[in-house]
Write a protein that binds this ligand. Structure first.
Ligand code: DAH
Length: 356
């Protein structure tokens, strides 16, 4: 082999040996065997040589090309295997270990509040009931004794779905979880004790309203259920939820179509500092009342036999108060920094019933 070919051979073999990764390897491959690679250029030059010179040179060049092609392939395979091995080591996951703190996810405050409500009411014997987000206007309004002219039915507040062929009911995105009361009373016999957390929708958008938000409804139906049961249940819930055993709670008469009498529930707080339970001010937190006789009758229950109470609360609102979150819109922005601050540890479940 002539000197220049031997030098090329040595160069390529030592470059290949030094190539640390597939990128470097590919540069050598292209620079040697590619269209204008070093070896290819020499092969192309053969054509211009005198026939006798070309013969000897051609044999040597072809042999060198075979050797270098094999060397390039072998080195490529070795580097590929090494890179795969390194990735397997680097990306190894032990699924039996908790995630490292930097990668740990958080429970969203809404999901957390639902867990807490479920734990608190669960300890009082409630189970969780669910209903569809797309509801008939009968379940959402009529069965709940909401008159046809009630302002809540107007397009302004309610998202109506377009009529569906073959379906002669009007459908809405539910504006409240109260329709789940109706579904529950139709589906099961009393005594009933349920909470119904879920999404609700209204045409409203500002710092304290979102077109999609969450409510938690409650319904108790039994024999001899009184306002006293309602008050005891809600006072207990609010004191445990806000973790304030002496939280002042006030019941203020109000109006809802589906309850009679109806009451708004306020908790003590300080307008100046925002402290829950402190100060002389009152803050409305939920609506409640004794289930209206007409609602019981709409669900096939005889109001002379059965009585009940119901309540409904905005989950965002209670969560904002509890955690000092100023803007409702931040709940839905998926900002990881916000979630890190307000989210909770997924490995520490809500066990508030221990505090009841
Ligand atoms: N559905 C009412 C609302 O969205 C909240 C509510 C008030 C629910 C009183 C109830 C209740 O069950 O008894 O404003």
């Amino acid at each position: 082999m002539s000197d220049d070919l031997e030098i090329l051979r040595q160069d390529v073999l030592s470059e290949l040996a030094e190539a640390a990764d597939l990128r470097a390897w590919d540069a050598i491959r292209v620079g040697t065997l590619g269209k204008s690679g070093r070896l290819t250029t020499l092969l192309k030059a053969l054509g211009k040589m005198a026939p006798d010179e070309r013969k000897a040179r051609g044999v040597a060049l072809n042999r060198l090309r075979d050797e270098l092609t094999r060397a390039v392939e072998d080195r490529g395979k070795a580097l590929e295997a090494a890179e795969l091995e390194a990735r397997l080591v680097a990306e190894r996951v032990d699924v039996s270990l908790p995630p490292p703190p930097a990668q740990q996810g958080f429970i969203h405050p809404i999901a957390r509040a639902v867990e807490e409500m479920t734990a608190i009411f669960g300890a009082m014997g409630f189970s969780v009931a669910e209903g569809p987000d797309i509801e008939t206007d009968w379940h959402n309004f009529s069965a709940l004794n909401t008159p046809d002219h009630h302002p809540a039915r107007t397009d302004h507040d309610t998202f109506y779905l377009p009529p569906a062929p073959g379906l002669d009911v009007t459908r809405v995105l539910r504006t409240q979880t109260s329709g789940v009361q109706i579904r529950t009373m139709l589906a099961q016999k009393p005594p009933i004790r349920v909470i119904c957390p879920g999404r609700t929708y209204r045409a409203d958008h500002d710092a304290t309203h979102s077109p999609m938000f969450h409510q938690c409804e409650g319904l108790v139906v039994g024999k001899g259920i009184t306002l006293g049961h309602l008050k005891g249940c809600l006072i207990e819930f609010l004191r445990v939820f806000f973790d304030k055993p002496d939280l002042p709670v006030r019941f203020r008469s109000s109006y809802f179509p589906f309850t009679e009498p109806s009451m708004e529930v306020d908790i003590g707080w300080s307008r100046r500092t925002g402290e829950i339970g402190g100060g002389d001010d009152w803050l409305e937190v939920l609506g409640s009342g004794m289930v209206h006789a007409r609602v019981l009758a709409n669900c096939g229950l005889d109001p002379r036999e059965w009585q009940g109470f119901a309540f409904g609360m905005g989950i965002e609102r209670l969560t904002m108060l509890k955690n000092g979150i100023p803007d409702l819109r931040s709940f839905y922005e998926s900002d990881i920094r916000w979630l890190r601050h307000y989210g909770s540890d997924p490995l520490a479940p809500a066990l508030l019933h221990e505090g009841l």
